[in-house]
Ligand binder design. Sequence first.
Ligand SMILES: Cc1cc2nc3c(=O)[nH]c(=O)nc-3n(C[C@H](O)[C@H](O)[C@H](O)COP(=O)(O)O)c2cc1C
Length: 409
Amino acid sequence: MSPDQRLLFSPLSIGKLTLKGRLYKTATSETRASEDGFVTDELLAFYEPIAAAGTPLIVTGNLYVTVAGKSTYRMCGADNPDKIPGLARWADLVHSHNGALFGQINHCGRQVMARAMGLTSAVSASDVREKVMGTKPRPLSTSEIKDTVAAYAQSAEICQKAGFDGVQLHAGHGYLVNQFLTPYTNRRTDAYGGSFMKRLRFLLEIYWAVRERCGADFPVILKLNGADALPGRHGLSGPELTNVARILESEGLDAVEITVGHYESGFPMIRGTFDEFFKGLMEEGIGGQLPWLQRTGVKAFGPAMAAGFNLLWPPREGFNLAHAARFKKALNIPVICVGGFLSGDAMEDAIRSGRCDAVSSARAMIADPQLFRHVREGVKGPQCDFCNACIARAGRLPVDCYNKKVKEG
Ligand SMILES: Cc1cc2nc3c(=O)[nH]c(=O)nc-3n(C[C@H](O)[C@H](O)[C@H](O)COP(=O)(O)O)c2cc1C
């Protein structure tokens, strides 16, 4: 099939923005900003080949909306207007290759290494301990919720002023918005907890505040779990998740990207293999900063855990497609599906079968920054094997492919 016949290379509109194709770079935290969250040359160098390959849409790694929501080292921020000139260089780079750039704005809530980040305490919807980082958060007060909502709005406006083409609100992966949505992490009894509509209120207020600041025409999209994947705990149900998207759509949301899981879910979010993950985490990643119990557990049982997880969450192309298809049935706005995409055939089939409108990629594009061009031209580039060596080093070393065999072909 020629590129012209493939849906993957047909245009897609997200709000008033028309994208020249349907394979996007999804968010990957860069660990390439300066320690105080400014854009660096090193950060731009990561995006140059992805943009130059013609990738129609690039979503930044999560940008913190306030320092209290910064999860790890060298994360980029959109928390203060003094970041605008650096962010503008990022937008200019992508625009110089005719692509579009969305800022993923986020507050990590309880999923933070509070001590390593110099925070006295982490915040969340409620005081439910996060078991991976070992962080016991305190609940946000009502006035702090209002401040956080305002921080999201300011952050979106910062992205807009920097020339970004849109923003993505991160409502998945167990970060703060997800912590408010999920009954397991939200035990509040005030206006922000309890019923589904009360748990949704924080996200709705953020969305309204962003719209008020950035206007109706500025593309605003959501990254949302298709499943919370919290067995034995009270996660969001499938119908609740589609309802989140449906309600936001009725408020003017422009698109949704479907993912899966919280940190506490294990690894449905990054299905693959885990031998290199645990090794990399302890030797070069943030493993050394984990609390004693987690660190000792990984040191003692890493290989056994990897063997188990390899069986539980093996790699699979389009592993969130069943979730995305549910959203596709419920919504009229574009549904983007992330998860395991590697080959042009699988991407094309995902769209052609009607389970999503577009696909996005993290690890395959880290391994092969020219993935978009290679798929378009039918050229085989470096092939990600989903070893998770990249994410093992996230937050400690610059994002890159750390698999020698893949890098050196
Ligand atoms: C190094 C790395 C960093 C990531 N950082 C983010 C992030 O900042 N925001 C986000 O929504 N997802 C993040 N993710 C998750 C990806 O966006 C994506 O949901 C997941 O990797 C599955 O897609 P894939 O199979 O194409 O890798 C990250 C993944 C990797 C590998």
